[in-house]
Design a protein around this ligand. Structure first.
Ligand code: COA
Length: 270
């Protein structure tokens, strides 16, 4: 039964993440547009807290995620990646891992509105959303190899299954990006909207509609469509390889190149 206690808008903002509750829908907004919504450790922690709040409150029946500005999410903050590159303990146990584990096991419907660029975790988190609405100007990618890294969040299994091996490999290794229309055509998104406002409105409509559906039936359907066993193992395997690469020389070169606004040179690293 939908709780009547949260019908008024209840809102918190911390670490460039705004979490609000309106009726049965909890909304998480990325509010760091000046840095293209790159995710810091504090932002992952705030997003995890939002998801945990939604999971714990029986009155919340669906979750909507979107971002402010021209870009949905430019991935993990590269300055944070650089720090992890020189501190291997930060690379293995961090808030990003907690967020990934939380979103990958989240049982209620998750809806995302995605505008402009969405890269790295900006793509991999979408694989755990149940309805994704994109703008026509969307450019969705995950250039893990050009960053000296490897896929995360189960994406090494989910993305090839969803869009085919060739396309997924081109996204991970060649840094290819999918347009809004391509994202729909290959099953990464449900529909395209012309701009951010229309995209968020459409996504909010889905979150509202899902919130009215029978919760137990939604939970059972999602659990059947997303069997957990093999995904847990894949995420663990990815995390171990990711942590090793994150502290390695290829990632160090990629992060320096980003900071210095130049192309990386991997030719001297064997
Ligand atoms: N981490 C940290 N800072 C980031 C960032 C990231 N992932 N993405 C963008 N920023 C910062 C830029 O450094 C810049 O900061 P500054 O104003 O202090 O110089 C600011 O956000 C704006 O970025 P800019 O590149 O000028 O904006 P743009 O609109 O021309 O390009 C992107 C946007 C997203 C295409 C570009 O910033 C980009 O390629 N970012 C890196 C994406 C990436 O590789 N992410 C990691 C995936 S795992």
């Amino acid at each position: 039964m939908v709780s009547m206690t949260n019908t008024a808008l209840d809102q918190t903002e911390q670490a460039d993440i705004r979490v609000s509750v309106s009726g049965p829908v909890l909304t998480i907004v990325l509010t760091r547009p000046d840095k293209r919504n790159a995710l810091t450790q504090a932002m992952y922690a705030a997003m995890t807290a939002g998801l945990e709040q939604a999971a714990a409150d029986p009155g919340i029946r669906s979750v909507l995620i979107h971002g402010e500005g021209s870009v949905f999410c430019s991935g993990n903050d590269i300055a944070d990646f650089s720090k992890a590159n020189s501190d291997s303990s930060a690379a293995t146990e961090n808030e990003a891992t907690r967020f990934i584990n939380t979103i990958a096991t989240f049982e209620k419907p998750l809806v995302a509105a995605v505008q402009g660029l969405s890269t790295g975790i900006g793509l991999t988190m979408l694989l755990h959303c149940d309805v994704v609405v994109v703008t026509a100007d969307a450019k969705i990618g995950a250039p893990f190899v050009p960053l000296g890294l490897c896929p995360e969040a189960g994406s090494s299994a989910i993305l090839p299954a969803r869009i085919g091996y060739q396309k997924a490999y081109a996204v991970f290794a060649l840094g290819q990006r999918l347009s809004g229309d391509e994202a729909v055509a290959c099953g990464l998104a449900l529909e395209v909207q012309p701009d951010l406002q229309a995209c968020v409105t459409a996504a909010a409509g889905y979150a509202d509609a899902l919130a009215l559906l029978p919760a137990e039936s939604l939970r059972a359907t999602k659990a059947l469509m997303r069997p957990k066993g093999s995904l847990d193992a894949q995420i663990t395997a990815e995390s171990q390889v990711f942590a090793k690469l994150l502290s390695g020389p290829e990632a160090a070169e990629a992060f320096s190149a980003f900071r210095e606004k130049r192309k990386p040179d991997f030719s001297k690293i064997s």
